[in-house]
Design a binder for this molecule. Structure first.
Ligand SMILES: [Zn+2]
Length: 173
């Protein structure tokens, strides 16, 4: 396993619609193992393929929390089949937008269909932080980042902050 560099916003790759995974093979499995390792190392609770520069529809997540045993999850070609009318507000962050946290409103519960690492189909309902995380990661596969839910002023402030951060990091090498 190896750590992968995380793509930072603003970056065109984070604004594109990803392609479905045609076949769940060893390449995909290795990539997802590396993504999980990268996510734990960051640390974060979710990481989508475009965040490591792969424009395909899958993401990894683990919302078990620091104190609990790890519960790595892998969702391939996920799609929402149902979402609750009830909404929930969670403070969200993103490994592609380090240091920025904002309250985002999303459906409190969602059901998603997806494939696992063996290519098997699943349907599962997520709630609370898992629902927020799964929707945040699925958004990445459609080129949507959490600041897209905020006002134009806030979005522009975040973009300016990120451009500055990227410049600093580039200078540090
Ligand atoms: Zn994110």
């Amino acid at each position: 396993m190896s750590l992968m560099p995380i793509v930072l916003a603003p970056d065109r790759r984070l604004k594109l619609t990803c392609k479905p995974v045609e076949k769940v093979d060893d390449d995909v499995r290795t990539l997802m193992e590396n993504m999980l390792e990268t996510m734990y190392d960051a640390p974060g609770i979710g990481l989508a393929a475009p965040q490591v520069g792969v424009l395909e529809r899958f993401f990894v997540m683990d919302v078990a929390g620091k104190e609990a045993a790890p519960e790595p999850r892998v969702l391939i070609n996920p799609r929402v089949t149902w979402s609750s009318d009830e909404m929930n507000v969670h403070e969200e962050g993103c490994l592609s937008i380090p240091g920025v946290y904002e309250d985002i409103t999303r459906p409190a519960r969602v059901r998603m269909q997806f494939k696992d690492l063996d290519g098997k189909d699943h349907e599962e309902e997520f709630e609370d932080i898992a629902a927020t995380c799964a929707q945040h990661e699925l958004d990445h596969l459609n080129g949507t980042l959490f600041p897209d839910y905020l006002s134009g002023i806030k979005r522009r402030m975040i973009t300016a902050k990120m451009k500055k951060l990227k410049k600093e990091r580039a200078r540090e090498g």
